[in-house]
Design a protein around this ligand. Sequence first.
Ligand SMILES: [Zn+2]
Length: 160
Amino acid sequence: MRCPFCGTERDRVVDTRSSKEGRAIRRRRECLACGKRFTTYEAIELVPLQVVKLDGRREPYDRQKLLLGMVTACTKRPVNLETIEAAVDRIEEKLEEQLEGSQSRRGASEIEGAWLGERVMEELEEIDPVAYVRFASVYRKFQDVTEFMDELKGLSGGEE
Ligand SMILES: [Zn+2]
């Protein structure tokens, strides 16, 4: 990125986060020449992202569904919503990196459900051991990120 202050193209990224809707990545950068900081926004996806299920069917990526699945796994655990939101942000950032690598090759905006499931497991493992085990047990049964999210919703209903 070209520094808007001095025009140098060498910088380092000091902070990266996705926008609330996951439609843009905001990067805070620091120019290596003059030390000034500036922000860049990179549009992510215009084509709706599709999640590929194990049986080959596709469904649109749904941030809310991912978030709800993780919130449900954390039911009655000392985990606040901000922590889970931040985890989903990180997953979406990895998702964009993954897509950048695969897009030119496949020409489509798709992600394997299993890949998404693995990222959720990684995040939950860091966040809360009980939530991780809950999620993992359902995930192993289904091996499908979209269906096990639905199953998780059922689990929370049963606890009432
Ligand atoms: Zn500069």
